[in-house]
Design a protein around this ligand. Structure first.
Ligand SMILES: Nc1ncnc2c1ncn2[C@@H]1O[C@H](COP(=O)(O)OP(=O)(O)O)[C@@H](O)[C@H]1O
Ligand SMILES: [Mg+2]
Length: 354
């Protein structure tokens, strides 16, 4: 089986690391010559809209998937004419636009923060009047790791927020006063079977995910699964999907979905029977899904900007290091480490100094 992946970053790399033992082979499309997945398969080096390379991928691959939601829609349509692509274009189109995504949530009876599309300074003022402050102004598309966002606290902030972001279509969101941020990683097979991983509790630093704890037996599990189930059924979804949620203590608000494997699910490599990467591949290939049950307790910490001293890291019991072999620079995700333990750990013990 040959799997084509649009994108050759760490998510593609970890999919390949999960699929190679199952006898799968990989072909990646990525413009970066040093794409970190490249050593694990064939690398088509070029832009995502390069139709010659897309055709090569479609010819060679049995199925195509992608590792990020900002793949040009035209690339997916082009591929889908020639080869099976999962998750399908409908899921990608929903996830890439924050307004579209939140409308789908609302239509499914899934709670969100109040929001409004913003296309002009007047509309921004109107939206602030109806939603109130604090609020967050975000670009509708292309945002990741907290990029393209501006927190509005006072009415004087509107002008600088508009100057910074006003060139792109925007969304204004009410500010969620959450107790914690969680996510549910789910998988749906080609036959419609669905499985759900235990929740992750997520902590961000400077808008970038820093730590994710697995939460076996969390009281919000069934509510989160119910939301994810509704979305996957509606979109006839195939593959792994992540749903980010704000837990207000009162209810769960859906923040955003990702139509792919997700950083908050990296702990599943050591902390679940089948990792999110393997289950994504199983799903898109139409193979039986693997168990999503937790194995013990896991905490993942992202390594951002630099890989700390490896010998020191590896001297900690129960630690698993994943270096992505990426050139380090500030703010770049260059790896992650997962601490695993069989019994429920205290949070102090998990306070990795990273
Ligand atoms: N409406 C909101 N209220 C409160 N915090 C928010 C809101 N939207 C985003 N955030 C914070 O910013 C982080 C990144 O925002 P998110 O919408 O998930 O964008 P990204 O695509 O960059 O992950 C969230 O995980 C959360 O911590
Ligand atoms: Mg997010």
């Amino acid at each position: 089986m040959i799997i084509g992946i649009v994108g050759g970053g760490q998510l593609a790399r970890m999919m390949a690391l999960a699929g190679i033992p199952l006898g799968m082979r990989f072909i990646f499309l990525d413009p970066a010559e040093d794409a970190c997945a490249a050593p694990l398969g064939e690398h088509l080096c070029g832009h995502y809209d390069n139709t010659e390379l897309l055709s090569t991928m479609a010819d060679k691959a049995d199925v195509v998937t992608y590792e990020f939601e900002n793949v040009p829609e035209s690339a997916i349509t082009f591929l889908a004419d020639k080869v099976d692509v999962y998750p399908a274009a409908q899921a990608l189109a929903t996830a890439r636009d924050r307004i579209h995504e939140k409308r789908v949530f609302q239509d499914l009876g899934i709670s969100t923060v109040p929001f409004a599309p913003v296309g002009s300074f007047d509309e921004l003022q109107d939206a602030v009047r109806s939603i109130g402050l604090p609020a967050i102004l975000k670009t509708r598309t292309m945002g990741y790791d907290g990029k393209g966002q501006f927190v509005l606290r006072h009415s004087d902030d509107l002008e600088s927020a508009w100057n910074q972001l006003g060139d792109a279509p925007l969304i204004l969101e009410g500010f969620a006063n959450f107790r914690r941020e969680i996510s549910v990683i789910s998988v749906r097979g080609r036959d419609g079977e669905m499985r759900f991983y235990p929740l992750s509790e997520n902590h961000h630093r400077d808008g970038i995910l820093h730590t994710a704890h697995s939460l076996p037996d969390d009281p919000e599990q069934s509510q989160a699964e119910d939301y994810a189930r509704r979305i996957m059924e509606k979109l006839d979804y195939v593959g792994v999907m992540a749903l980010e949620l704000f837990d207000t203590g009162d209810k769960l608000l859906a923040n955003e979905m990702a139509p792919r494997v997700h950083n908050s699910g990296h702990w599943t490599i050591e902390g679940a029977v089948t990792s999110q990467f393997e289950n994504h591949l199983r799903a898109v290939l139409g193979l039986p899904l693997g168990s999503t049950k937790a194995k013990g307790y896991a905490t993942m910490v992202n390594l951002i900007g630099t890989i700390p001293d490896t010998s020191q890291l590896l001297s900690e019991a129960g630690i698993h290091l994943h270096s992505y072999s990426k050139k380090p620079y500030p703010g770049r995700k260059v790896g992650h480490a997962t601490v695993w333990s069989a019994s429920k750990p205290t949070r102090q013990k998990f306070a990795l100094n990273l």
